[in-house]
Design a binder for this molecule. Structure first.
Ligand code: DIR
Ligand code: MN
Ligand code: MN
Length: 309
């Protein structure tokens, strides 16, 4: 049971400082110890929280409406290489964010490693209140954490290496290998993208209608047996009751048990190869920060195979 952990202290994909402190908060809450002792993982972790100060560009003006594009591109490129190296050796990879823009790095890294190591395409389960599939052109905010899926699926591309042009075919995620769970705040332009490309999405409405058990059967059925799975979990998928300390909280979300259940079902497939936990921001709603961190640790433990009995 080999696990590689990457701690990505990056907040440049959105405007609120503090998400960069989440990896430390999660680790201080005992997450890595729990994975080693309770789940008996052999953990490879350099003990460093990367803040990528050496990658800060001299200037980083908006480009194609993106805010802080050069820094985000450089950091995600580096994360992609880190995750690729761990995944290629057959390790499960846990990445602690950071804002959700870092998934440009994590998923491109596992997609490439999965192609090379297994000759397979990667599937992604994206658990989030948001679809994060804006292109630079459809985005109202210009925040890159609302765009990772468009770059990963190559609905957005750029020639320039400095602006995510380093993303190549080998890093690509197919739109038919992507499933969303928990959506409830999707921009107009994003809804059009989801419709036009027939992307599978289970909103909170679908969860209310069918229950989380049926939704997980449908989501995993869509992906198909034996497909390597990357689970990208935005803590704002949970209702703010369970995870108040996050940059763009949206009410009417998943209960903690529903979040844990999603993670447990993915663990049960035996096909999980990587997990991201992102958007925990301990400096927002400081009263609720401990609860948010605890919820995050719980999701990770469930995804990595902790069982109730
Ligand atoms: C919005 C919010 N769709 C945007 N996205 C968020 O800025 O593109 N993603 N909060 O997590
Ligand atoms: Mn997100
Ligand atoms: Mn979100």
């Amino acid at each position: 049971n080999e696990l590689g952990v990457v701690a990505v202290g990056f907040s440049g994909g959105q405007p609120k400082p503090g998400v960069d402190a989440a990896p430390m908060a999660l680790i201080e809450a005992g997450l890595i110890q729990q994975l080693e002792q309770d789940l008996e993982f052999n953990v490879e972790f350099d003990g460093k929280m990367h803040t990528y100060g050496e990658l800060v560009p001299a200037d980083d003006p908006p480009y194609r409406n993106m805010k802080g594009p050069k820094f985000a591109s450089a950091v995600t490129k580096r994360v992609s290489e880190q995750v690729y190296n761990l995944s290629k050796s057959g390790k499960m990879v846990l990445t602690l964010g950071g804002d959700h823009s870092i998934a440009i790095g994590t998923i491109s890294g596992t997609a490439k490693a999965t192609r090379e190591r297994l000759g397979r395409e990667l599937a992604v389960i994206w658990v989030d209140a948001h679809a994060d599939i804006n292109t630079p052109e459809t985005s109202d905010s210009g925040n890159i954490h609302g765009m990772p899926v468009s770059f990963l699926t190559r609905l957005a591309t750029d020639e320039n290496e400095e602006y995510f042009g380093w993303l190549k075919e080998e890093h690509k995620l197919s739109t038919n290998k992507l499933v969303y769970i928990g959506l409830r705040d999707v921009d107009k332009g994003e809804k059009k993208i989801l419709r036009d490309h027939g992307i599978k999405a289970f909103s909170m409405h679908d969860i209310d209608r069918h229950g989380i058990g049926k939704v997980m059967d449908m989501a995993l059925g869509w992906i198909g047996r034996d497909t390597p799975i990357h689970l990208s979990f935005d803590i704002d998928a949970l209702d703010p009751m369970w995870a108040p300390s996050t940059g763009t909280a949206v009410r009417g979300g998943l209960t903690l048990r529903e979040g844990d259940f999603i993670a447990e079902c993915v663990a049960e497939t035996g096909s999980l190869i990587a997990l991201d936990l992102v958007e925990v921001n301990p400096s927002l709603d400081e009263v609720g920060a401990q609860d948010t961190v605890r919820s995050g640790c719980s999701i990770v433990r469930c995804a990595l195979g902790d069982t109730l009995l």
